[in-house]
Design a protein around this ligand. Structure first.
Ligand code: ACO
Length: 375
């Protein structure tokens, strides 16, 4: 090969926007607002599937039959309990640490307690334990007693139960489960890409999940659901929405919960979540001001910028209405997305090539070292 060919680089756009860097059979989001998991539309899954069925689908590529589902349910439920040594590590962290930081540390520490298990065992273990860690690390931080998962409850019910200490109403658990389904997978989002980079080095699943959590934390990614709720509480009144958007845009600020790398018309998950928010408020006979506020902000952003609301914008008020503490919003996202991360980890490892792109060097060349006394 000639030197010229060797040094030729393909210049990718900033943020790899619009670049396909791998093939996947897991999920696909499209600019027109469609989203499929393994060939099934998100609308179909939201209407008909349970969290566990969807997790099985995302992990193994097809919907489970009854025997497979029963086995998967018991495999997950039997692995939800977390070893006391992990809780000891959480207890040593500062009490004001953010729950997502605590979760990242806890997930990483699972890597040293679970290390002797077979890879399939490790995956199920980290996925099942994530929900327990989300709830119980927050309980430790806020001085509450630990709650053990209840093996009679579904994944969504268990998570709500461990967070609140109360067995959830059926309709609350149903709505929460839909949000978990929406958060499970989203093709090559920043955290799943991060997971694939780690997987490509053939590091273990705990390292990949810990890296996924680190990427998820950022306000441009998973951190946006918490940020969106803080904004909704700040704006408060639907009548203040137009002024808030105008001021924020004039100040060059991004409005949390809006915009998406792929969706430019609408985010199908946000559209469904908006419907669920309305239903939930009605079922609870609550004032619909929160819904009207979201709707007003959404309309204003569309009118001014043609930027649609994303999932985080509507998942946040749904969680708020379910009385979930705001600092848990991003960790809850992680408790579901971990299933998508594992699917990406496995897909990467199955047909692996080290992910190691290049950078175009634009710094100085030909500099000569001078001893410190001469600088
Ligand atoms: N508020 C105001 N303007 C926005 C917003 C927003 N939320 N989002 C995008 N824009 C504008 C940008 O300023 C940019 O304008 P310009 O072309 O005049 O510079 C244009 O729309 C394109 O935006 P980019 O940031 O370049 O789009 P990108 O695809 O890189 O970013 C992102 C997508 C990061 C999600 C962005 O829309 C954003 O920062 N949103 C707020 C954070 C957020 O809600 N994140 C959650 C993502 S969804 C999820 O994790 C489930």
């Amino acid at each position: 090969m000639l030197m010229a060919e060797l040094s030729e680089q393909i210049r990718a756009p900033k943020g790899l926007s619009g670049v396909s860097v791998t093939e996947t059979k897991i999920a696909k989001s499209e600019v027109d607002g469609s989203l499929i998991y393994r060939g099934y539309t998100i609308e179909d899954l939201a209407e008909n599937a349970s969290f566990e069925e969807t997790a099985y689908l995302v992990l193994y590529g097809e919907l489970p039959n009854r025997t497979q589902l029963t086995r998967f349910n018991s495999e997950l439920r039997s692995r939800m309990k977390v070893d006391s040594s992990v809780y000891e590590i959480i207890r040593d962290l500062p009490k004001d640490a953010h729950p997502i930081d605590v979760l990242r540390t806890a997930a990483s520490s699972l890597g040293s307690t679970d290390v002797k298990r077979a890879p399939h065992e490790q995956e199920l273990s980290v996925a099942a334990k994530m929900a327990t860690l989300v709830a119980n690390s927050y309980r430790i931080e806020t001085g509450k007693n630990l709650i053990e998962p209840d093996s009679r409850l579904t994944f969504a019910e268990n998570l709500l139960y461990m967070i609140s200490g109360k067995k959830p109403e059926e309709s609350d658990a149903w709505t929460f489960e839909r949000e978990l389904i929406f958060y499970m997978e989203h093709d090559l989002n920043a955290s799943s890409f991060t997971v694939r980079v780690v997987a490509s080095t053939l590091a273990d699943i705990y390292s990949a999940v810990t890296a996924g959590l680190a990427a998820l934390k950022g306000p441009l990614h998973g951190g946006a659901n918490e940020g969106a709720m803080q904004m909704l509480l700040e704006v408060k009144n639907p009548d203040a929405a137009a002024g808030y958007v105008a001021d924020a845009l004039a100040g060059g600020k991004k409005i949390v919960g809006f915009g998406h790398r792929i969706y430019k018309q609408f985010d199908p998950r946000a559209r469904l979540s908006k419907q669920y928010l309305k239903q939930l408020l009605a079922e609870k006979k609550m004032d619909d001001r929160l819904f009207r506020l979201c709707d007003a902000l959404e309309r204003e952003m569309w009118e001014r910028k043609k930027i649609p609301a994303n999932l985080d914008f509507y998942a946040a008020p749904v969680f708020f209405t379910l009385e979930i503490p705001i600092p848990l919003y991003t960790p809850i996202f992680a408790a579901s997305r971990v299933f998508g991360w594992i699917a990406h980890y496995n897909e990467q490892v199955l047909d692996n090539k080290l992910i190691r792109p290049e950078a175009t060097y634009v710094g100085p060349k030909d500099l000569k070292y001078r001893p410190v006394a001469e600088r």
